[in-house]
Design a protein around this ligand. Structure first.
Ligand SMILES: *[C@@H]1O[C@H](CO)[C@@H](O)[C@H](O)[C@H]1NC(C)=O
Ligand SMILES: *[C@@H]1O[C@H](CO)[C@@H](O)[C@H](O)[C@H]1NC(C)=O
Ligand SMILES: *[C@@H]1O[C@H](CO)[C@@H](O)[C@H](O)[C@H]1NC(C)=O
Length: 946
């Protein structure tokens, strides 16, 4: 018995052995042979198979190359990488004993045949081919499939496709791979339930939706869902925290949101984690920092807080919103408080993107305003759709004056700790979902809780402040047109909010108490008036506010003042403009030469964007070369930078400093401007003694004011586009040899990206010129420039700088102080710039300019005049004061508006060798093409770079 069965086993084993050798067992199944034949005949290059031309026994012996059989039935086709071209027979699934097919790395095309019913098939490699259609029943009945690779086939390209639920029956499936094969829709839930699935690779598809919850307890080791086209996958990453078997997790290049789950540390087998290029927020969990990863990529998200010291061997955390640049640093306490605040609001994307760096008073911190001591004084985050709760952490921002959170969806209670804020006088939580009870704020704090379902409106509402100010639509209290700009937001001349000084606190308190003593009647009247004013203001606002953009351009591209680059490069718009030749690029070496290698003697000045050098071309033309601080323009932003320059270079006006060219090489970004020999107006106003200059006469000042007004008016009224300077100040007004003024640096603010430092420098440098609505809400319109121009007028009148920390506290901000003196003629005259040596004959003119300055710096943008009006007023004064001043309006001999390169070409054609013999680096090319020396060969061409 036992001997029999042993013999039987031997017999069977022998047969199996024979079969594996290729089938000694006679003829190939005719059906299988027919399909093989169809396969061969369908190919464009069947010869590559090296199958005999007229045999009919594919299974042999010997079997045909690449074919393996068992009992006359084909079990394997192995044609990997043969370069085969053509379709597969559509009835391939009639080879129903197939166990393994390796079709990968060929050029098979057309419709992939269905694999329906191939229940013996265990391995199917179809990747890297050109199949353009996958039938919907392809996955049906693949009961034993273990490995299925479909990567990089253009299946159903136009419509995409989704993985049919037939695959849910593939209970043996270990590896499934379909990267770059046009799979759309959500990742099917059933993939998480496949008991054997260990590797799932679906990169470069069109997947959307969340990672299915079913994945949380799957046995997946490798999961690739990175780089989805068209939006990509979204939702939180919470589910990955329990996928403890993972070794590789690639989720980069998608739209995942929310923080990294804290339990990420439980993934103890994880070696590679790519989360870069998503919309992830929050702090980096310590558990992640402590993981022994080989690769960790967190770059290009919106992570905040400190950068921990990572244990991973290779880690990338570039381009996030961290508070420090390097691992291990801590965040400043105000930043900590603000980040806690953000945490409880679920890190809204807009803020997670903007609140970067370690100083809320520097850089683009949306909704945050600081006082001149660099403490946060206002939080203004209205109608941002904020959800979550209000963190008690903001009670650590001890200089807070105002908190505006109107129109969000914040729930929970208002933390009692807010009552500890000593300077707080306004908390506006109108239209949220807060719950009672309200904490007891001290007297005089205005708490507005209207429209919170559970709080009875007015239950803790202090009377309106006695100045009766209505609320502007933006929620920032605003004053009537003729009130000083600082009446209720101290220090607003500079658009910042300084903590209330003793005096003003007292008077405000007194006022509030008085008001409180009044009857409800008063409140009702006040409310009616407020409502009336509110409506009226909305109307006027809509009529006059031109352009509204967020404080940083990157924020919301739809709202930007966007200059159409397409237009600017089209031939039509070019023809009438400055440079028919767009080629403004200039080699760095040339600029080195003309500036004497950026020597210190050539330095003209330093500003927020870098150092300016004097340069002299061989023909004697002088230029100013601005060498941007490295980091002001990141290499990422280069294309934008170039594009902007091309636009700026087209802006041409007698009272705007012409941009002649630029150079971009390596880290160097240089701008070449026409040279203005008498340099900045600020020098002549504030440093004339030390610079050994004569003070400017009143007549000159008026002409300068007119020139500037004209330049700015031109910027504001360019056809098809509005240009807002945003950084107008006396340091940006340059004078030519005849004291005629030109405005410079327009557009530079736009060039500066969202990196730390750049905008900060600008804000710090121009604090005294910032319009309040711009600084507080980021709203920008041409009226922002009008405000700054008003401050320049004040400087021309008083000889005082817009902001000077050395002056007594009440005079620090020129705009604020000027409002107090401007209406009293005597005071005004007493405070005129002594250098004017003013006599009575100029008084009328002075009064008029003072009035105009006041007008221009009105608190609200709408009553500020536009530049056209300003030009008219000043033009009249200039006429009255000195009819037809020295008229230098003719063009200078050289056309400075010609692109620099053309200018250089002009003289170089005459004398190329002389110039280049001095210059070793380009000397070698001399003579090869005298009209086009190599210095220019690689200079940038606009059209090429598009
Ligand atoms: C792919 O496209 C073909 C032809 O349009 C269609 O019949 C098929 O169902 C699609 N495949 C899948 C899996 O949806
Ligand atoms: C699945 O893929 C992994 C990674 O490529 C490989 O190591 C493993 O051997 C594959 N499994 C099978 C059953 O082929
Ligand atoms: C305020 O700051 C201190 C010290 O930084 C911190 O210990 C405390 O928790 C903070 N308070 C709140 C309410 O966040």
């Amino acid at each position: 018995m036992e001997a029999d069965s042993r013999r039987l086993i031997h017999h069977v084993a022998f047969l199996v052995y024979i079969c594996l050798l290729g089938g000694v067992d006679g003829a190939t199944d005719p059906n299988d042979f027919e399909i093989l034949n169809d396969f061969r005949n369908g190919l464009e290059n069947p010869e590559l198979l090296k199958w005999p031309a007229n045999g009919n026994d594919a299974c042999g012996p010997p079997s045909w190359p690449h074919v393996f059989c068992s009992n006359g039935r084909v079990t394997q086709i192995q044609v990997r990488g043969l370069g085969l071209q053509g379709p597969l027979p559509q009835n391939l699934n009639r080879l129903d004993k197939l166990q393994s097919v390796a079709f990968q790395n060929n050029k098979f095309n057309g419709k992939l045949p269905t694999f329906s019913g191939l229940s013996d098939l265990q391995f199917a490699y179809l990747d890297y081919n050109e199949f353009d259609t996958i039938p919907s029943d392809f996955f049906h009945g693949l009961d034993n499939i273990r490995v299925l690779n479909l990567d990089y086939n253009p299946f159903n390209r136009s419509t995409g496709w989704s993985i049919p639920s037939d695959l849910a029956e593939a209970l043996q499936l270990v590896n499934f791979s379909c990267s770059g094969c046009n799979v759309g829709g959500p990742v099917p839930d059933f993939l998480g339930d496949l008991p054997s699935l260990s590797m799932l690779r679906m990169s470069y598809n069109r997947l959307t939706g969340y990672i299915p919850l079913s994945f949380s307890d799957s046995g997946l080791k490798v999961l690739w869902l990175n780089n989805q086209d068209g939006g990509g996958m979204s939702g939180p990453l919470d589910v990955i925290g329990s996928m403890v078997g993972l070794t590789q997790l690639w989720l980069h290049g998608s739209q995942f949101t929310g923080p990294i789950p804290d339990n990420i540390g439980d993934l103890t087998s994880l070696k590679e984690l790519n989360l870069n290029r998503n919309h992830l927020v929050g702090m980096i969990p310590t558990s992640l920092a402590n993981m022994n990863l080989q690769v960790l990529d967190l770059s290009n998200n919106m992570f905040m807080g400190p950068i921990p010291v990572f244990k991973a061997s290779k880690v990338d955390y570039e381009s996030n919103s961290f508070c420090q640049d390097d691992p291990g640093g801590q965040c400043a306490s105000e930043v900590v408080a603000l980040l806690d605040f953000l945490h409880d609001l679920n890190y809204p994307e807009k803020l997670a993107l903007q609140w970067t760096g370690n100083d809320p008073c520097k850089g683009p911190w949306w909704g945050i305003t600081c006082n001149p001591r660099n403490e946060v004084s206002v939080i203004n985050l209205q109608k941002l759709g904020l959800t979550g709760t209000l963190s008690p952490s903001i009670s650590n921002l001890s200089s807070l004056l105002e908190i505006h959170l109107k129109g969000n969806h914040i729930h929970g209670m208002i933390p009692a700790s807010l009552t500890q804020l000593r300077f707080l006088w306004l908390l506006d939580v109108t239209g949220n979902d807060f719950m009672p009870p309200l904490p007891m704020f001290r007297n005089g704090v205005k708490v507005i809780t209207d429209g919170n379902l559970n709080i009875i409106s007015g239950s803790n509402k202090s009377p309106l402040p006695s100045d009766g100010n209505s609320e502007s639509p933006s929620g920032i209290p605003s004053s009537a047109d003729d009130q000083p700009p600082s009446s209720d937001l101290d220090g607003v001349g500079s658009a910042s909010h300084v903590p209330v000084s003793e005096n003003s606190t007292k008077s405000r308190l007194a006022a509030v108490v008085t008001a409180a003593a009044g009857v409800t009647f008063f409140i009702i009247i006040a409310a009616v008036i407020a409502a009336y004013c509110f409506r009226k203001r909305i109307k006027t606002k809509q009529a006059t506010t031109n352009v509204v953009v967020p404080p940083k351009d990157s924020l919301d591209h739809d709202n930007m003042v966007k200059i159409s680059l397409v237009d600017s490069s089209s031939p039509e718009t070019q023809s009438g403009s400055v440079s028919a030749n767009n080629n403004l690029g200039i080699s760095l070496q040339v600029l080195r030469n003309v500036t004497n290698n950026f020597s210190q003697e050539n330095e003209l000045g330093r500003g927020g964007f870098g150092v300016v050098y004097k340069g002299e071309l061989e023909n004697g033309t002088r230029v100013a070369v601005k060498r941007m601080e490295s980091g002001v323009v990141s290499s990422k932003a280069l294309d934008e930078f170039r594009a902007e320059i091309e636009v700026l270079s087209r802006v041409s006006h007698r009272h705007l400093v012409s941009l002649l060219g630029y150079s971009i090489e390596g880290n160097e970004r240089l701008l070449v401007y026409e040279y203005m020999p008498l340099r900045a107006l600020s020098r002549h106003l504030f440093h004339w003694r030390s610079a050994d200059l004569k003070p400017l006469s009143w007549a000159k000042r008026l002409v300068i004011a007119l020139d500037v007004a004209r330049g700015v008016e031109y910027l504001h009224t360019l056809t098809h586009q509005t240009f807002i300077h945003r950084d107008l100040k006396s340091a940006n007004i340059l004078l030519d040899e005849n004291f005629r003024a030109k405005v410079s640096d327009f557009g530079l603010v736009k060039l500066a990206p969202d990196t730390e430092g750049s905008i900060a420098t600008r804000l710090a440098g121009t604090f005294g010129y910032l319009a309040p609505e711009y600084a507080v809400t980021g709203k920008i319109s041409t009226k922002v420039d009008v405000y700054s121009f008003g401050v320049v007028l004040m400087e021309l009148l008083t000889g005082l700088a817009a902001l000077d920390e050395q002056r007594p506290e009440d005079q620090r901000y020129l705009a604020e102080w000027f409002w107090r003196i401007k209406s009293e003629k005597q005071k005004l005259i007493a405070n005129l710039d002594p250098a004017l040596g003013a006599k009575e004959d100029i008084y009328e003119s002075v009064y008029a300019v003072a009035e105009l300055a006041g007008h221009c710096t009105a608190r609200d943008p709408s009553p500020r005049p536009d530049m056209g009006y300003v030009v008219n007023v000043i033009a009249r004064l200039v006429d009255e004061w000195k009819p037809s001043d020295e008229d230098t309006d003719e063009d200078p001999g050289i056309d400075l508006r010609q692109p620099l390169q053309q200018m250089l070409m002009g003289w170089k054609e005459n004398d190329v060798t002389r110039y280049y013999s001095d210059s070793s680096s380009v000397g070698s090319s001399k003579g090869s093409n005298p009209a086009k020396p190599s210095g220019f060969a690689d200079s940038f061409t606009w059209n090429d770079a598009r």
